[in-house]
Design a protein around this ligand. Structure first.
Ligand code: PAF
Length: 282
């Protein structure tokens, strides 16, 4: 398996190994890989001539320095997991210096308002950091197809917007959330949860499902109130937000309309570990 830490070496390899007709699948990650990431790689391997996976904990998308410090970094274990799938994956695991060349700052992006909702509201600058690294990685890897998990649904919509606004020639593909047996959405951050926190966190998806059922007869505001009350009686969790939004604009729902697709979004702290999840409502 090829592992590159320098963009110059990755670029040189891709230049010599590919032709103008080759397709490149790309799976950008921050490591601490789980079954969801592995399924994205498997899909990329099936659909493309080459598959590149990046493993890079991007400092500019963290608004909380403590979160950045504690983010799991498990490169050796990640490489072993990829190896169980295929030796053909090309790994790019750069240093901060290789990506940012001494200037570790974000570019500012306008995503037509998608950045002002939910994660954007609660994590100032987060989507500038995401846009900066994803655009940079797309420029380096030049993928035909790029694969993202739908757990970060807002990120997925933002990356699609980034690709269309900057005319980046890549298909941005979203894939469904992978869940633990108890329903907890798989996330690299779950590595920081204790076994009992993991078990209790099943409550998040259980509540999303109950909210989905309620949304059949109740307004978005009523469902929101209900979810907020549910969390008030749960001392192990601190609800940061629960929102029901229209999928393409991510604007909160005022009045349900036929033919529109809606989704519920949630961010919850379990001790100091922040988890997000989402569910399609129709
Ligand atoms: O979803 C993630 O893991 C990250 O936000 C991404 C897309 C790899 C950018 O750092």
């Amino acid at each position: 398996m090829l592992i590159f830490t320098r963009q110059a070496d990755l670029t040189a390899h891709l230049k010599s190994a590919t032709t103008a007709k080759s397709t490149i699948g790309f799976v950008p990650t921050m490591g601490a890989l789980h079954a969801g990431h592995l399924s994205l790689i498997a899909e990329s391997l099936r659909e493309n001539d080459f598959t590149v996976m990046s493993i890079f904990v991007n400092p500019t998308q963290f608004n909380n320095p403590e979160d950045l410090k504690k983010y799991p970094r498990t490169l050796e274990a990640d490489v072993e997991k990829i190896r169980t799938l295929s030796e053909d994956v090309i790994i790019y695991a750069p240093t901060v210096e290789d990506i940012y060349e001494g200037n570790t700052v974000s570019q500012h992006f306008d995503y037509d308002g998608l950045e002002n909702q939910m994660e954007g509201k609660h994590r100032p600058g987060h989507f500038d950091g995401v846009g900066t690294i994803v655009k940079r990685l797309f420029e380096i890897v030049m993928p035909t197809n790029a694969y993202f998990g739908e757990k970060d649904f807002q990120q997925l919509q933002i990356v699609k917007k980034l690709a269309s606004k900057y005319n980046l020639p890549v298909n941005v593909i979203g894939r469904p959330i992978f869940r633990e047996a108890n329903g907890l959405a798989m996330s690299s951050r779950n590595e920081r949860l204790s076994a009992s926190e993991k078990e209790k966190s099943a409550f998040i998806y259980k509540t999303l499902n109950a909210a989905k059922a309620l949304f059949e007869n109740k307004s978005a505001e009523e469902v929101k109130q209900w979810v907020e009350n549910e969390f008030l009686s749960q001392p192990d969790f601190k609800l940061e937000y629960f929102e029901i939004a229209e999928e393409s604009t991510l604007l909160p729902v005022i009045q349900q309309e036929k033919d529109k697709k809606y989704r519920a979004f949630i961010a919850v702290f379990v001790n100091e570990i922040r988890l997000i999840d989402t569910i399609s409502l129709n």
